[in-house]
Ligand binder design. Structure first.
Ligand code: SF4
Length: 336
């Protein structure tokens, strides 16, 4: 279900824009269904009131909790069943965050990511994205939503932008706490500045070498690292939020002195934060995680050279909920 089809249905039942907002707020903020419904019912047209229980059931069926896998760091990987039986993974993050999936599988095929190994199975609809947030909110408070779960949000742009618009308006999430994550697609740089809700942007850089980037992210758009940073900088200055550059540290692959020089060359003077995340081990992948000491040394050296660098442990990695570890866990036909 798309959010705009839900809006059309509400309007067909007599809802005006204010009624519509009340219903969408109740859903996206996961306000207690029975008491919340009672509170808004006397403001709504009778045809809509009569349909509300059926609509609430349909919305609840968009994303049902199949299982929950708590990590030691306060995160939890949720296996979530969508209306047609397909599964996505959603990760509850420490400090009131949630990481949502925007596709089942992914076509980009980053060589260090489990999600990419299946190819694209299907898009996740805008209502299914918001339903993941509503499900998370039924379990704990959510103040931040990152679009970093399964899938490349740029490949499902209309649905992701529709979800962002809802979450940043009636969904009560601060715009800068909505984080759109992408390998870098020119359509993103065109579309994001036009929305009434402008999310923060995370760009997957991973290397400063164009040739290596083509190997690591084989089906990402062929934007050079320089062009990516240039486009990111324009968005950062327009929104006044720094770009979060993502760098999965692969031992012996993208941790050389040459790469560190490249980072300093690309990011000096930019409104940017570099998030370095040591590779999360995935069975069967030929990459190694650098030691924490080595990663900390790299981060320190970059810091000394003026690059705001954060070394991060991926939340939920002990329960396969970390960056690059999410995957479609049920057997499903692959659609390309
Ligand atoms: Fe897709 Fe992101 Fe995994 Fe790359 S890292 S394959 S873009 S889900």
């Amino acid at each position: 279900m798309r959010i705009h089809t839900l809006r059309e249905r509400l309007r067909a039942l007599g809802a005006n824009p204010r009624h519509e907002q009340r219903v969408l707020r109740l859903w996206s903020q996961a306000l207690p269904q029975t008491s919340g419904r009672r509170q808004i019912e006397h403001f709504l047209p009778s045809a809509l009131v009569a349909e509300l229980p059926a609509i609430a059931d349909e919305l609840a069926a968009l994303a049902r909790l199949e299982s929950q896998h708590p990590g030691e760091d306060g995160s939890a990987r949720l296996l979530v069943k969508l209306g047609d039986g397909q599964m996505v993974e959603t990760v509850l993050l420490p400090r009131d965050g949630v990481c949502v999936s925007t596709q089942i599988g992914c076509a980009v095929g980053c060589v260090f990511c489990m999600t990419g190994t299946t190819g694209l199975i299907r898009q996740v609809g805008s209502a299914e994205i918001v339903a993941q947030v509503a499900l998370a909110r039924s379990l704990r408070p959510v103040k931040k939503v990152v679009f970093m779960g399964m899938g490349e949000p740029a490949h499902n742009l209309d649905n992701v932008l529709e979800a962002i618009d809802l979450l940043g308006t009636v969904g009560n999430i601060a715009h800068k706490n909505l984080v759109f994550s992408t390998v870098g697609d020119p359509r993103v740089f065109e579309a994001l500045p036009l929305g009434r809700v402008k999310p923060a942007l995370a760009l997957s850089l991973h290397t400063t070498r164009a040739d290596l980037r083509e190997q690591l992210l084989p089906r990402a758009p062929r934007l050079s690292p320089e062009a990516l940073v240039e486009a990111g900088e324009i968005y950062a200055r327009a929104t006044d939020y720094p770009i979060q550059y993502q760098w999965t540290l692969l031992d012996g692959i993208n941790d050389s002195d040459e790469e560190l020089d490249g980072i300093v060359r690309l990011l000096t003077g930019k409104y940017a934060i570099l998030n370095m995340i040591p590779f999360n081990s995935v069975e069967g992948m030929p990459y190694q995680r650098p030691s924490w000491e080595k990663a900390a040394d790299i981060a320190r050296r970059l810091h000394r050279r003026g690059i705001l660098t954060k070394l991060r442990q991926s939340a939920g990695q002990d329960v396969d909920g970390g960056c690059g570890q999410l995957r479609a866990r049920a057997s499903m036909p692959v659609v390309r």
